[in-house]
Write a protein that binds this ligand. Structure first.
Ligand code: HEM
Length: 242
C-alpha cells in the first residue's frame, strides 16, 4: 500500500507541471558543484580549440595538410579569431540565460569565459603579428591604418583589454560597482565591432557573418527591456530625491 502511494506521488509529480520544476531543480547546481566540477570541465573544453590548432600543425609537420590546409598560417589566424568571437558571444549570452532560475550558476562561469575570449583574441592577433607579418612593425602599422577591417579589429582588441585587466574581484572593489559596470558595458560595442571586423573581411555573399550578426543583435535586444527598466527606476529615484 505504502509502495503504491509512493508510486502514485511519483507519477503525479512527473505528469503535472512538476516535471518542469523538477527538471529546473535538477539543473540548478550548488556553487560547490560549479566550482569543483563544472568550472574545471569548461576550462578544459575551452582549451580544445587551441589543442586542435596544435594537432593540425603536428599533422602538417608530418606531411598531412587535411586539417590546417595548404595555408596553415591563414587557417591558424582564422580559427583563433573565430573562437575569440564565439567566446565573446557566449560571455554576452551568460547574463540573459542566467535569468532562468535554474541557470543562475552560469554567472559563476562568466569571468572565465570572458578571459578565454581575450586569450583567444590575443593569440589571434599574435598569430597575425608573428606568423603572418614576422614582426614587420611598419607593415603592421600600415595595415592598421589602411585596411579598414584591421583597424576595426585593433579597436576591438583595445576595448577588450581593459575588460580583461579589470575582471578580478579586487578591481571591482577598487573601481566601485557602478564604474566597473559602466566600463564593462564596452563588451556590447566590442561585440558589434567584431561582427564588422568579420563582415568587412569576408569576400562575397557568405552566410556565416550574417548568422553571427543575427546572434549579436538578438543578444543585445534581449538586454534592452532590462536596461529601460533600470533607467526608468533610476530616473524615478532621482525624481524622488528632488
Ligand atoms: C589588432 C587586432 C586584430 C587584427 C590585426 C586582426 C587581424 C585579422 C586577420 C588578418 C584576419 C584574417 C584575414 C584573412 O584571412 O583574410 C582576421 C579575421 C578574423 N578576426 Fe581578427 N584581428 C584583430 C582583432 C580581432 C579580435 C579582437 C577578434 C575577436 C574578438 C577578431 C576576430 C576575427 C574573426 C572572427 C575573423 C574571421 C575568421 C574567419 O574567417 O573565419 N579579430 N583578423
Amino acid at each position: 500500500m505504502a509502495m503504491r502511494k509512493k508510486w502514485h506521488r511519483f507519477i503525479g509529480a512527473w505528469t503535472s507541471a512538476g516535471i518542469f520544476r523538477d527538471l529546473g531543480l535538477a539543473m540548478s547546481l550548488s556553487p560547490r558543484v560549479v566550482r569543483k566540477i563544472i568550472k574545471p570541465t569548461v576550462f578544459i573544453l575551452m582549451l580544445l580549440p587551441l589543442a586542435w590548432v596544435f594537432y593540425g600543425w603536428w599533422l602538417y609537420i608530418m606531411g598531412d595538410l587535411s586539417l590546417v590546409t595548404a595555408n596553415p598560417i591563414e587557417y591558424t589566424n582564422r580559427h583563433l579569431g573565430d573562437w575569440a568571437m564565439r567566446f565573446l558571444l557566449v560571455t554576452l549570452a551568460v547574463r540573459p540565460l542566467s535569468r532562468i532560475k535554474s541557470l543562475v550558476w552560469l554567472m559563476q562561469l562568466r569571468r572565465m569565459v570572458g578571459l578565454f575570449c581575450f586569450f583567444y583574441a590575443f593569440l589571434h592577433v599574435s598569430s597575425y603579428v608573428v606568423l603572418d607579418q614576422f614582426f614587420d612593425w611598419p607593415e603592421i602599422l600600415d595595415d592598421i591604418l589602411k585596411r579598414q577591417f584591421i583597424t576595426v579589429g585593433m579597436i576591438t582588441l583595445t576595448l577588450l583589454t581593459p575588460l580583461a585587466m579589470t575582471s578580478t574581484k579586487a578591481m571591482i572593489k577598487r573601481l566601485g560597482s557602478l564604474r566597473w559596470q559602466k566600463l564593462h558595458s564596452l563588451i556590447y560595442l566590442a561585440s558589434v565591432l567584431v561582427i564588422f571586423h568579420y563582415w568587412m573581411m569576408v569576400k562575397g555573399n557568405q552566410l556565416e557573418p550574417k548568422i553571427y550578426a543575427f546572434i549579436v543583435a538578438a543578444l543585445l535586444l534581449s538586454r534592452l527591456p532590462q536596461r529601460v527598466k533600470k533607467r526608468s527606476k533610476l530616473a524615478q529615484e532621482k525624481a524622488g530625491l528632488q
